[in-house]
Design a protein around this ligand. Structure first.
Ligand code: NAI
Length: 288
């Protein structure tokens, strides 16, 4: 059965991308964020993206208008309570997410799947916040930028039902994505492999092996990466990178190899988060 309306909780980089992808595939999407500023940014991003798609002839003006017409923006979960699917894409912090999951459980009808876009947090840990509905909790891990990247990593928790899993695979396909399963271990597959590489690029920089431009050029030209690891860190968000490393450190027996690099932490603490703040490893124009 196809999904008609999804609620996306968290309207930042990922939430806004998930909502847009749903809408361009004909699924009504409501973005829920506690920050009015983020809601406005999400709306602007949606307008810009569809205008761009029209100018590149990837979409007609009618299709663009139809997509924007089924997107909405609210600052409270209660206003999204009629959705028949929920995907949480808020800040990568287990306490924040557990609180949101309790609220999702209270808000949505009892058949609604409660998915999370977490990059690294254990689905079983997260679902312990709502033991009554742990069978409806699943990892639905999209990639950035969501409208472009094909993969959805699907992560079952200990209690996730087959019904929830099959429905999540079906929705991923309805959104034009390719679902691939991974087990419920901190960082899953994608970030277990990617983040230590990004962290190591920071070590190479701070150990004086090369400057960021050279590190990125070497990895692009020598390993055929579309983007160097430090440029990618800015694109993902340095705070998100730091948070994922910490989740892996805590979740994988406090192995020191998962501790975030000192420079990465310092940049985050200084508010230099990458593209979204205009400065990270590199400097960007406003609203880059
Ligand atoms: P972000 O920092 O751009 O956005 C997070 C949003 O959550 C903010 O707009 C914030 O206001 C909102 N928020 C915080 N608490 C909230 C609450 N109680 N209710 C509603 N909204 C709330 O972060 P980003 O990058 O979008 O990441 C979101 C999630 O997606 C994280 O779990 C992250 O690990 C995951 N992720 C991030 C990727 C990336 O490349 N940035 C890739 C794949 C997954």
């Amino acid at each position: 059965m196809s999904v008609k309306k999804i609620a996306v909780i968290g309207g930042g980089t990922m939430g806004s991308g998930i909502a847009l992808t749903a809408a361009t595939n004909g699924i009504e999407a409501v973005v829920v964020d506690i920050s009015e500023e983020q809601l406005s940014r999400a709306k602007e991003y949606h307008k810009k993206q569809v205008a761009r798609a029209v100018s590149k002839e990837r979409m007609t003006q009618e299709e663009a208008d139809a997509s924007l017409a089924i997107l909405s923006y609210v600052n409270s979960l209660d206003e999204a309570s009629d959705a028949c699917w929920a995907v949480e894409a808020a800040t990568e912090n287990i306490d924040v997410k557990k609180t949101i999951f309790k609220h999702m459980f209270e808000t949505f009808a009892e058949h609604v799947v409660l998915a999370t876009n977490t990059s690294s947090i254990s689905i079983t840990d997260l679902s312990s916040a709502i033991p009554e509905a742990a069978n409806r909790v699943i990892g639905m891990h999209f990639f950035n930028p969501v409208p472009v990247m094909k993969l959805v990593e699907i992560i079952k928790g200990k209690e996730t039902s087959e019904e929830t899993t099959n429905a999540t695979i079906a929705l991923s396909e309805q959104m034009g994505k390719i679902p691939v399963p991974a087990n419920d271990s901190a960082g899953f597959v994608s970030n277990r492999v990617l983040m230590p590489m990004i962290n190591e690029a920071f070590h190479a920089w701070t150990d004086g092996v090369a400057d960021p431009e050279a590190i990125d050029s070497i990895m692009k030209l020598g390993c055929a990466f579309p983007m160097g690891p430090l440029r990618l860190a800015d694109y993902i968000g340095l705070d998100v990178c730091r948070d994922i490393m910490m989740v892996m450190y805590d979740g994988l027996e406090e192995n020191p190899k998962y501790l975030p690099n000192k420079k990465l932490v310092e940049l985050v603490e200084a508010g230099h988060l990458g593209d979204k703040s205009g400065q990270g490893v590199y400097e960007y124009g406003k609203n880059n």
